[in-house]
Every structure is written in structure tokens, then in C-alpha cells.
Design a protein around this ligand. Structure first.
Ligand SMILES: C[S@@+](CC[C@H](N)C(=O)[O-])C[C@H]1O[C@@H](n2cnc3c(N)ncnc32)[C@H](O)[C@@H]1O
Length: 163
């Protein structure tokens, strides 16, 4: 198994496939439609309209299209962030790792993270990533917001983190 999260060139190929097919929801990660419906359904019940959200590991920022909240996306993969900026001009997404986020304390009300944790915890246990990456990320998440909702993988189970 490879560490695909830290492999920028892998994602360039996925973005090129999505551009060719003209539908990122079917190409970048397989069929995202059930995942989108699940995340949006849960978040619409959980969030207040005034909540500022950070989508950490946002990929090309699809979540921004489904919520009216003040949205910031963050992802370490440049090709995905650039693709999001092409698809959704004006979208607020930054290139950064989640281990060290370029935000002041309490910049957000909620951090949302979908399908990032599992790959990192697995990467750590297989020795493909440094140990402690996810625990550093959790500290960062709860520094920039008091609460977070984490879907570890593309399944529908989620965890709520609170300070
Ligand atoms: C499987 S995708 C999930 C994308 C999106 N959240 C979703 O639910 O469709 C994982 C994303 O996390 C990003 N990622 C992985 N590790 C990261 C890290 N340490 N910091 C920032 N982004 C990371 C990857 O670049 C990729 O876009």
C-alpha cells in the first residue's frame, strides 16, 4: 500500500481524469453522491446559519456548494485546491497541512473533516507517516474551533470532538 495523501502527482492524474469526464463527483473519488447527501443532511441539522466552518482536507471544496455558512477549505494537495478554484471562482480555500494550520485560535465555530482521519491513522500504523500525525491534527482542530465533526472514512459514522 502507498501513502497517496502525501503524493502530489497521484492527485494531478485524478484531477485530469475528472476534467476529461466533466464531473468531479464521479471521478476524483469514485461516486461521491451518497457521501455528499449524507454529509449535507447531517450538517444542515447540526450547524447554525451563522456558524463559520473550516472544511479540513476539503479536496476541491465540493461541500461549499451545499451550505450557506461562511466557508473556508484547507487541503495540502495543490492540484485539488487549484481545481476547486477553477470550478468555483471566489471559493476560499488554502493550501496547507492540517498539522499546522494558518489560522488564529478560534477562527471558526466548527471544523468539518470528511474521509481524512482513517487514511492518516492507517498510514501511521503502517509506518508510512510519522507517528502522532493525527493527534497533532486533533490539537490543531480544537485550537482553531471549539467543536469538530469528523467522518473518519467515506462511511457514514462520525465523531464529534469538543474542547
Ligand atoms: C479521501 S480525500 C477526502 C476529501 C473530501 N474531504 C471528501 O470528503 O470528499 C482526503 C483529502 O485529505 C487531504 N489530506 C490528507 N492529509 C492531509 C493533511 N495532513 N493536511 C491537509 N490535507 C490532507 C488530501 O489531499 C485529500 O484531498
Amino acid at each position: 500500500m502507498e501513502n497517496l495523501y502525501d503524493n502530489q502527482s497521484f492527485w494531478v492524474d485524478r484531477v485530469n481524469m475528472a476534467k476529461k469526464a466533466g464531473d468531479p463527483t464521479k471521478c476524483v473519488y469514485g461516486n461521491l453522491r451518497p457521501v455528499i447527501n449524507n454529509r449535507v443532511g447531517v450538517l444542515k441539522k447540526l450547524l447554525k446559519p451563522t456558524d463559520r466552518i473550516l472544511d479540513a482536507g476539503c479536496s476541491y471544496g465540493w461541500l461549499s456548494r451545499y451550505l450557506d455558512n461562511a466557508y473556508t477549505g484547507l487541503d495540502q494537495t495543490i492540484a485539488l485546491v487549484e481545481y476547486g478554484r477553477e470550478l468555483y471562482p471566489g471559493i476560499n480555500i488554502v493550501v496547507s497541512t492540517m498539522q499546522d494550520m494558518p489560522f488564529e485560535d478560534d477562527s471558526f465555530d466548527w471544523v468539518i473533516s470528511s474521509c481524512v482521519k482513517h487514511g492518516i491513522v492507517e498510514g501511521e500504523s503502517l509506518g508510512m507517516m510519522e507517528k502522532g500525525r493525527w493527534s497533532q491534527i486533533e490539537s490543531e482542530i480544537l485550537r482553531v474551533a471549539p467543536k469538530a465533526i469528523i467522518w473518519p472514512s467515506y462511511s457514514f459514522d462520525y465523531e464529534i470532538l469538543e474542547r
